[in-house]
Design a protein around this ligand. Structure first.
Ligand SMILES: Cc1cc2nc3c(=O)[nH]c(=O)nc-3n(C[C@H](O)[C@H](O)[C@H](O)COP(=O)(O)OP(=O)(O)OC[C@H]3O[C@@H](n4cnc5c(N)ncnc54)[C@H](O)[C@@H]3O)c2cc1C
Length: 271
């Protein structure tokens, strides 16, 4: 996944593209139902400017696209987005461990499934990736274990007084972390001596670092009502405005979203 991302950046720069980090598109501008520009905010300097464009390829969730269009979003399109079934979120723990935490010949990928009816019943599977010696992810004698599970993003955004909702959030995060470590301990030797580093990411983390609405992940989901021809097209109702990324066919995954971008490039070139 990381290699593919690096290859995409290299190709972008090779062909004269420019990748701006820490910049946010705050608004997509339209005129007479045709895209005209994007408003860009430099997060570091606070500078704001408008960049004119004939084509705009939005690499955001369809929920974020509607927000970027604000009142310019066509009513029917906004209605479809509002009526979408709830999206998934992810809870991830990142562990840095001593090699002694891994069993001999540990596979690089594992999936743990649970039949569990406790307080966090939704959290019943873990996808696990383990580094292997020499792959550059951990110093000698150490390894990384990354475990992720799906979660309902709503439960991480409790309303209420700032302090109360913050403490409810921290409690939930701790509960999920403890549960994940307990489950991983059935396979790995996880003790205070073998765990060197531990941190967790929740839908709030993904919202903060990727700007995805409510920290949702995985696109609009593979249901009959939203799959293939019933999903969101790359071509939007606004001429010149395209949507790529995991809200569109074929869905999530770094390779999948690259394919949706390739489809758009081919359509723009053909026109
Ligand atoms: C825990 C987890 C594990 C995963 N593991 C894998 C895996 O092993 N292999 C795999 O193939 N896929 C994996 N995926 C899925 C993969 O990460 C996603 O499908 C993919 O990143 C979606 O790509 P995207 O381009 O649609 O969106 P994003 O990856 O969210 O990319 C959108 C980019 O646009 C930026 N952005 C958003 N809004 C704005 C704005 N207004 N202005 C400027 N920039 C903006 C964001 O910062 C981000 O960089 C995983 C996902 C999760 C959550």
């Amino acid at each position: 996944m990381q290699e593919l991302s690096h290859a995409l950046i290299k190709a972008l720069e090779r062909d004269g593209g420019k990748l701006l980090m820490r910049h946010t598109v705050r608004r997509i501008e339209t005129e007479n139902h045709q895209v005209t520009a994007v408003e860009i905010h430099n997060q570091k300097t606070g500078e704001v400017w408008t960049e004119a464009a004939d084509h705009i390829v939005a690499n955001v969730t369809v929920q974020n696209l509607v927000q970027l269009l604000d009142t310019q979003a066509p009513k029917g399109y906004r209605h479809r987005v509002d009526k979408l079934p709830p999206s998934s979120g992810a809870f991830v723990i990142y562990l840095g461990v001593k090699q002694a935490a891994l069993p001999p010949n540990c596979p690089p990928h594992l999936q743990f499934l649970y039949d569990y009816a406790g307080p966090i019943a939704e959290n019943n599977s873990l996808f696990v990736s383990v580094s292997h010696p020499g792959d550059g992810r951990a110093p000698e004698g150490h390894a990384t274990i990354i475990a992720s599970s799906f979660t309902d993003p709503q439960i991480w955004w409790q309303p209420g007084e700032e302090a109360t909702s913050r403490s409810a959030y921290q409690t939930l995060k701790q509960q999920y972390t403890n549960q994940a470590v307990a489950r991983l301990s059935s396979f790995f030797n996880l003790t205070p001596e073998t765990i060197v580093h531990l941190e967790a990411a929740t839908p709030r983390t993904f919202a903060r670092y990727t700007a995805r609405d409510q920290g949702i992940v995985g696109g609009i989901g593979q249901r009959v009502s939203t799959f293939g021809p019933f999903g969101f097209a790359n071509r939007t109702p606004i001429p010149g405005l395209w949507l790529v990324g995991d809200s569109t066919h074929p869905g999530e995954g770094t390779a999948g979203v690259s394919y949706s971008a390739l489809t758009v490039v081919q359509q723009i070139e053909a026109s």
